[in-house]
Design a protein around this ligand. Structure first.
Ligand SMILES: NC(=O)c1ccc[n+]([C@@H]2O[C@H](COP(=O)([O-])OP(=O)(O)OC[C@H]3O[C@@H](n4cnc5c(N)ncnc54)[C@H](O)[C@@H]3O)[C@@H](O)[C@H]2O)c1
Ligand SMILES: [Zn+2]
Ligand SMILES: [Zn+2]
Length: 354
């Protein structure tokens, strides 16, 4: 085993700093992973890359970046109970205390322990490195049928979307509106297809993203964001509006569109984070008997269920990755993701790069 490795840090001025650091040794209940794929999330750009905006669970503490890692175990510390060297694993990206109510439900994302809740790539070292340490309890087994790049997508984006779609329920009766066609919006299209949605409409402001959504067959129609979106969506749905809407944009106007373009008795989920929204509760929600959900990441058990479903559906989340970079070009990867002119962007090693 090498003694040092390359790792990427985000100083917060839209640059990436590559440093040489020691290869860490796994402690009790921990494993050392060879990182094979580590993808970039909109949250990394919004809260860390440009400037360190986040507080609390979104506070970046100068650690190795990357909260969407997937890799292979190359060493295990004492006390591991299930996973061993050679296993292929996804890292659920928040390590919780394990004993608070949220952790016991599998939602380590909302662990209430100030001392022990630490997200990979935010408050503890993440996946933008040759190797990383993960706690065994944070690992999800990656089935043989899925690639490491598929797994990295599950660690945050697809997991988050699956949870949100479970909350609103998607089936073949549903037309779905997706506001924001970044990687999270594209994942929503991919999962809605498999869950049977009959019509999928996407909205974005970036032409490249609208094109990717159509080229990959993830939307049946895409609209450029604008003041007539609600009417346009109604026109595409027999005058009614969609049964389900998912906001993946975090934009205030797009969020309002998601709510207003949803028909009576419909359900909406907000996934996009940050920003604000202005709604008129009586006409927008109450009188039309609509339900609005917020949804934050997912649980470890639902993530396990998702990987099982992905195999059954033959759905490969890596299909929405448009660009792969070697670790030494991490700076180019973040810059591209920040431009928005891409699908998902991945930093890869070994077989995931060739
Ligand atoms: N809820 C959660 O647990 C969770 C988990 C992961 C990511 N997120 C959030 O989900 C959001 C999407 O993530 P991503 O990685 O796809 O980020 P992203 O920034 O790449 O995607 C956002 C997309 O919204 C589009 N957009 C901006 N303004 C718009 C408008 N007015 N109308 C329509 N589209 C508009 C952008 O062009 C972009 O394509 C981010 O806010 C991210 O922080 C939430
Ligand atoms: Zn993320
Ligand atoms: Zn906890």
């Amino acid at each position: 085993m090498k003694e040092t490795m390359t790792a990427a840090f985000l100083p917060g001025d839209s640059t990436v700093e590559m440093r040489t650091v020691p290869v860490p040794a796994p402690g009790h209940g921990e494993v050392l992973l060879r990182v094979k794929a580590s993808t970039i999330c909109g949250s990394d750009i919004r809260c860390i890359y440009h400037e360190h905006l986040g507080k609390g669970p979104e506070g970046y503490q100068g650690v190795i970046a990357g909260h969407e890692p997937c890799g292979q175990i190359v060493a295990e510390g004492p006390g591991c109970r299930r996973f061993k060297t050679g296993d292929r694993v996804i890292v659920y990206h928040i390590s919780g205390c394990g004993v608070c109510n949220d952790c016991r439900r599998g939602y380590m994302i909302s662990c209430t322990s100030q001392k022990y809740r630490r997200a990979y790539g935010w408050q503890r070292d993440g996946g933008m490195a040759e190797y990383m340490i993960a706690e065994e309890k944070d690992l999800i087994a990656l089935p043989d049928e899925l690639t490491y790049a598929d797994g990295a997508q599950v660690a945050c984006g697809f997991g988050t979307v699956y949870e949100g779609l479970e909350k609103i329920g998607i089936n073949g009766n549903h037309a779905v509106l997706i506001t924001g066609l970044g990687p999270v919006g594209l994942a929503t299209g991919a999962l809605c297809r498999k869950l049977g949605a009959i019509k999928i409409i996407g909205i974005d402001v970036v032409p490249e993203r609208m094109k990717i959504a159509m080229d990959l067959g993830l939307c049946d129609a895409v609209l450029a964001s604008g003041p007539d979106n609600v009417e346009e969506v109604k026109k595409l749905t027999g005058g009614f509006g969609v049964e389900r809407a998912v906001d993946c944009s975090a934009n205030n106007l797009a969020r309002a569109t998601a709510v207003r373009a949803t028909r009576k008795w419909g359900k909406i989920v907000f996934l996009g984070e940050g920003g604000t929204v202005e709604l008129n509760p009586s006409p927008d929600l109450i009188h039309d008997q609509k339900t609005l959900y917020g949804s934050w990441v997912t649980s470890t058990w639902l993530m396990e269920e998702l990987v099982e479903r992905l195999v059954r559906w033959n759905l490969h989340p890596a299909d929405i990755i448009t660009h792969r970079f070697p670790l030494e070009r991490a700076a180019d990867a973040y810059a591209l993701m920040s431009s928005g002119k891409c699908g998902k962007v991945a930093v890869c090693q070994d077989e995931e790069l060739s």
